[in-house]
Design a protein around this ligand. Structure first.
Ligand SMILES: [Zn+2]
Ligand SMILES: [Zn+2]
Length: 51
């Protein structure tokens, strides 16, 4: 299932699995914002996408 997560900064993350989304979102939050985000929070914010 493809999912998108749009960060507050406008950066969009694409992923094809929950694990990939969590990894990419955590990496973005840390690298771009110096923040850590939990797996639950990532999955709450991620939305199913079709393209
Ligand atoms: Zn961001
Ligand atoms: Zn996508």
């Amino acid at each position: 299932m493809h999912k998108h997560l749009t960060c507050a900064c406008g950066h969009m993350i694409h992923a094809d699995s929950d694990d990939e989304m969590v990894r990419k979102a955590q990496e973005h939050m840390k690298m771009a914002h110096g923040k850590t985000i939990t797996r639950d929070d990532v999955l709450k914010m991620a939305k199913e996408a079709k393209h």
